[in-house]
Design a protein around this ligand. Structure first.
Ligand code: SF4
Ligand code: SF4
Length: 396
């Protein structure tokens, strides 16, 4: 790689979001010596250790200009004041939104003994002067997953940890009711095995009916009726309501499910956005148990370090280049480039499409769509078999 192709970059990163994963990414990068700015958005996790992190509480991202190695984030605060932050890379870690869709469950939060996982956790963790929770000792607690649809892995795992702790600290009968519980990591397999050993009962159901009675909640399925004095349901997770606006500001697309979505550039890599130098971390792009979410945050920090750690960027071996003399300025390539790598610029008095070398992935979409064949892929060698084929055609 020649020195001319190296573009020096600052080791500076902007982390967007106030979710726990935003803090993990910011701290991991700070500890590796990066200048880290964090824009938490409306929520602020004031309890986090922000030492060495340039926090912009109360500000939000309005637009993102520039490209990998030289992003310029336009911020606004609630009073309309504006500020611009420079960063070489960006990590989006804004988390998700939670709510319980009671209408799907067949019970109401007003029914006696019905509560959500966070409510039950607060009850369990509340300080007690009387030792163990004797009122709950003889009770049956139903922890019901998958009611009205599959429970997200994130909140299903929280419900399992709660069920384990209820059994251990309240000594209650605890039953985990599920329809489609996926125990697909070694952590979850160990957790559920431990829970069974501690006496938590797992019941798989199909087509249940729930009825709130004076004695508790009756859960009826093919095996019969279970009566629980307490019914605990996990929350549902949703994309944040401001995801489309944030995606627009970042120049990114959102998947059909409403979450940020990775691109597949030659091979799938988790957390890779379509804009080079912008990565996703945690719940804004995936549903997973807490250990996996934490690992994903460190994966995002490692991706940033792999990009910026050398202190310079180089273009891809294969990338597009526009012949400005042929360009008809139709903007097709600007619209079709999935990676925001093309712009129309005026250089040396000529206005034409321009491919930013560091932002181009070399996917070829613009080449295929240019109506006047003004774009070439540099570095793309013709395979030997194709050369032989064309030689053969020419000779015949
Ligand atoms: S598609 Fe071709 S002609 Fe149109 S702006 Fe791009 S390079 Fe120019
Ligand atoms: S090859 Fe063209 S479409 Fe693909 S990233 Fe580069 S400029 Fe964009």
């Amino acid at each position: 790689m020649s020195d001319e192709q190296r573009t020096p970059v600052e080791r500076s990163v902007l982390v967007l979001g106030a979710a726990p994963e935003a803090g993990w990414v910011a701290e991991a990068l700070r500890d590796r010596g990066y200048q880290v700015a964090q824009v938490p958005g409306k929520e602020t996790d004031a309890a986090r250790d922000a030492a060495g992190i340039d926090r912009h509480d109360g500000w939000r991202l309005a637009r993102m200009d520039g490209r990998v190695g030289a992003f310029r984030a336009g911020l606004v605060d609630e009073d309309g004041r504006q500020e611009t932050l420079a960063a070489s890379a960006v990590v989006v870690a804004v988390g998700n939104r939670r709510a319980v869709s009671w209408e799907r469950l067949g019970v109401s939060p007003a029914d006696p003994g019905v509560m959500t996982v966070p409510q039950a956790r607060r009850l369990l963790d509340a300080p007690r002067e009387t030792g163990p929770a004797y009122p709950h000792r003889q009770q049956t607690i139903l922890v019901a997953l998958d009611l009205g649809g599959d429970t997200a892995k994130e909140t299903a795992t929280e419900a399992l940890f709660l069920a384990r702790d209820l059994r251990a600290r309240w000594n209650s009968e605890v039953l985990v009711l599920y329809r489609n519980l996926q125990v697909d990591t070694s952590d979850l397999e160990a957790l559920t095995r431990h829970m069974r050993e501690e006496g938590v009962v797992f019941c798989r159901y199909e087509e249940p009916t729930l009825e709130a009675t004076e004695q508790g909640v009756a859960f009826t399925y093919v095996e019969g009726t279970l009566l629980g004095q307490i019914l605990i349901v996990p929350e549902d997770v949703f994309p944040r309501e401001d995801t489309p606006a944030l995606a627009k500001a970042l120049g990114l697309r959102v998947g059909e499910d409403g979450y940020f979505q990775e691109v597949n550039i030659r091979q799938y890599r988790p957390g890779l956005s379509e804009r080079k130098g912008i990565y996703y971390a945690g719940r804004c792009h995936m549903d997973a148990d807490p250990a996996t979410l934490r690992a994903d945050a460190f994966r995002a920090a490692a991706d940033v370090d792999a990009l910026l750690g050398r202190g310079y960027l180089t273009p891809e071996a294969i990338r597009a280049e526009v012949d400005s003399a042929k360009c008809a300025r139709c903007l097709t390539c600007v619209r079709t480039c999935p990676h925001g790598a093309v712009d129309v610029v005026t250089r040396d008095g000529v206005t034409a499409a321009w491919v930013e070398p560091l932002a181009c992935w070399g996917c070829g979409a613009c080449v295929a769509n240019c109506p006047v064949q003004a774009i070439d892929l540099l570095g793309l060698e013709t395979p030997a078999w194709a050369s032989r084929l064309s030689e053969g055609v020419a000779a015949s």
